[in-house]
Design a binder for this molecule. Structure first.
Ligand code: SF4
Length: 237
């Protein structure tokens, strides 16, 4: 997540739309080639379900309803709120899964996911997340596979059917993520314009200091095209 100091909605929305086009143009064959070359195989170590590996598990809109039915207490506004208006209300593009105080996921039990069959989409695609990054030559390209060599087995055989399934799920996840971010920015822009609000870095810092000291803050969480107000404290994180 990006925390913004000054902000032009149109520029950021355009950047994200360009990323979306870049994703659509990313060659499937290239991704499959890299998948096969890396040959990642899960060894059930459970490390990816801890903060040591992943700061938080961000949820897409369709994950939220499912997680909510399983355990309402697992949902928190995703950390790193992007905006704060003059009145001190923060805005964030979605929910995340709560972590325990030892950094393990709320759903991790004896090293296993207790909602494995219904786990969120980010957990289904991990470690094949895509990021737009520059290579050594400064060329921007989509890169994949997180936490390389820190967990799992490598150079295993991954068959064509499995590679195809991973590609479909990763591509779909990344496109949904970008669309959720774009919809969020459009909604914040419209909300600010309709209510005479704007992003205030000063209010952001002031209310973040309150939060850091244990105070309650209000966060508008973007969900299904609307903002859902939530009150949170540092203890929720
Ligand atoms: S929901 Fe399950 S798979 Fe996802 S991080 Fe939590 S324990 Fe791991």
């Amino acid at each position: 997540m990006t925390v913004f100091t000054s902000f032009c909605f149109e520029d950021r929305i355009q950047e994200l739309n360009e990323e979306l086009s870049g994703l659509a143009a990313y060659p499937r064959e290239r991704f499959l080639e890299i998948l096969k070359e890396v040959g990642f195989e899960c060894n059930l170590c459970g490390k990816c379900c801890t903060r040591d590996f992943n700061d938080h598990a961000f949820l897409l809109v369709d994950d939220v309803g499912r997680v909510n039915l399983l355990d309402e207490a697992a949902l928190i506004p995703a950390p790193y709120f992007e905006f704060c208006d003059q009145a001190g209300t923060f805005y964030v593009s979605g929910y995340a899964i709560r972590a325990n105080h030892d950094g393990t996921c709320h759903f991790l039990e004896n090293g296993r996911c207790r909602i494995y069959g219904q786990r969120p989409r980010i957990c289904r695609i991990y470690p094949y997340m895509l990021h737009r990054e520059e290579d050594e030559a400064g060329e921007v390209e989509w890169r994949q596979i997180s936490g390389l060599n820190r967990h799992g087995y490598y150079h295993s055989e991954v068959d064509d059917t499995e590679c195809g399934r991973i590609w479909e799920e990763v591509n779909d996840y990344e496109a949904s993520f970008l669309k959720q971010e774009i919809a969020f920015l459009e909604a914040v822009k419209a909300h600010f314009e309709a209510n005479g609000l704007k992003h205030s870095p000063m209010a952001y810092d002031r209310h973040m200091r309150l939060f850091e000291r244990g105070g309650k803050i209000r966060v508008n969480v973007f969900h299904n095209g609307q903002f859902v107000p939530r009150m949170v404290t540092k203890k929720d994180y």
